[in-house]
Ligand binder design. Structure first.
Ligand SMILES: Cc1ncc(COP(=O)(O)O)c(C=O)c1O
Length: 386
């Protein structure tokens, strides 16, 4: 039987707020009728602050990868040179999509657990000046690194006409991005992470500069032709039947974010990151990523004194606390805690306290209560003056 009391702290899917679940259970409507049109026209501008843009944010029915693929097929042609930052499983996925579509891919390989620096991107762009685009990941979910996409976009803008295309699947809704201000051309995302929805929706935010490229691009595409999504959206329509229940949910998600305030949403994620990292330090749990490079939505821990998989197993079986393991070569080496979306500081206290019990059982050495105390300290520090 499915346990309903699980504490889901994987970096996606994430818990869905009860009011969003209720919104999603509304009766079906016709997707070509007025109600759907009104809903689409209402949602479209409300998505813009999530991405920090005044440009269109298109909604595609598909998982996050469909948005990554949409970004590639709409902006490039076979043989085009592109630069892809590969610092984890999802950077690698972007590179694989580019290779599948026969692009000439220059990979910037970055050690897992570290962020790419602006100079590395600049060097690559100078070495491959004909590159049509730079693809990179904002929050690299496989490691918990947040790459400095705004600073990179600004530098790319100074020296090249290449588009800057970012995977924000595990950051949008949980981290602030000034897409327009920094000159990022496309940011893609998905519904099941900081956007507090079940899987099934993908988002593609597109700049004016990117539309010029997309509109001219003659590469054949059908389901993921962004030109059609844009044209249809002007009339509150989608090219194909949308995942209506998820759109009902999205309406409520945006209402929740608007009520909390976007700045407060982003700050809450920073706070949960700080609390989690402070607790890990106090518990002698080695963090994979430096403070500077750490993602505000996911934290990776690389234990030295016990087996990460054993910890995850106890967390799951005894407490219903669901944590993620490592991916690819990091499998078994790290465990990851998702703290994004419908997660609050109260939940951080909960998982830190549970971790302490498990660590005791595993014979890991630390001062009892040290993690909780450090999380409390970080909370008080982060909310001082409120
Ligand atoms: C950064 C990042 N990009 C892309 C994806 C792929 O998204 P999906 O599994 O929804 O296709 C994920 C999913 O974990 C992700 O975290």
């Amino acid at each position: 039987m499915k346990r309903e009391w699980d504490l889901l702290h994987t970096p996606g899917p994430t818990p869905v707020p009860p009011s969003v679940e209720r919104a999603m259970s509304q009766p079906m409507i016709g997707h070509r009728g007025q109600k759907c049109k009104d809903l689409m026209l209402d949602l479209a501008p409300r998505l813009k602050p999530v991405f920090g843009t005044s440009g269109e944010v298109l909604v595609v029915t598909g998982s996050g990868t469909s948005a990554l693929e949409a970004a590639v097929v709409n902006t490039t042609n076979p043989g085009d040179e592109v630069i892809v930052v590969v610092a984890g499983a999802f950077g690698d996925r972007f590179a694989q999509i580019c290779e599948t579509y026969e692009l000439n891919v220059h990979r910037i390989d970055v050690e897992w657990g570290r962020a790419v620096d602006v100079e590395q991107v600049e060097t690559f762009l100078k070495t491959y000046p004909d590159s049509k685009a730079v693809f990179l990941t904002h929050s690299e979910t496989s490691t918990g690194v947040m790459h400095p996409i705004e600073a990179i976009a600004e530098r790319v803008r100074e020296i090249s006409n290449a588009l800057v295309i970012a995977d924000g699947v595990s950051s949008m809704g949980g981290a602030k991005v000034d897409m327009d201000g920094s000159g990022i051309d496309i940011v893609v995302s998905g519904s099941q992470k900081a956007m507090m929805l079940p899987p099934g929706l993908a988002f593609v935010a597109v700049s004016e500069r990117a539309w010029e490229v997309i509109d001219q691009n003659e590469r054949p595409r059908f389901y993921l032709d962004l030109r059609v999504y844009k044209k249809q959206l002007a009339n509150g329509q989608t090219p194909f039947t949308p995942a209506l229940s998820l759109l009902f949910g999205l309406d409520e998600v945006l209402r929740l974010m608007e009520e909390e305030g976007f700045e407060n949403v982003f700050e809450r994620h920073q706070l949960m990151k700080d609390m989690t990292r402070a607790a890990c330090r106090a518990l002698n749990l080695p963090l994979l990523v430096s403070d500077e490079d750490a993602s505000s939505t996911v934290t990776s821990i690389r234990p030295q004194t016990f087996d990460a998989e054993k910890l995850r197993k106890i967390a799951n079986e005894e407490f219903g606390l669901i944590l993620a393991g490592g991916q690819k070569h990091m499998k078994g080496e790290i465990f990851r805690i998702g703290h994004m979306g419908y997660v609050r500081p109260a939940n951080v206290f909960q998982y830190i306290s549970i971790l302490e019990v498990i660590l005791k059982r595993l014979g890991h050495e630390f001062e009892p209560g040290a993690g909780t105390a450090a999380a409390q300290e970080a909370y008080l520090e982060g909310t001082r003056g409120e």
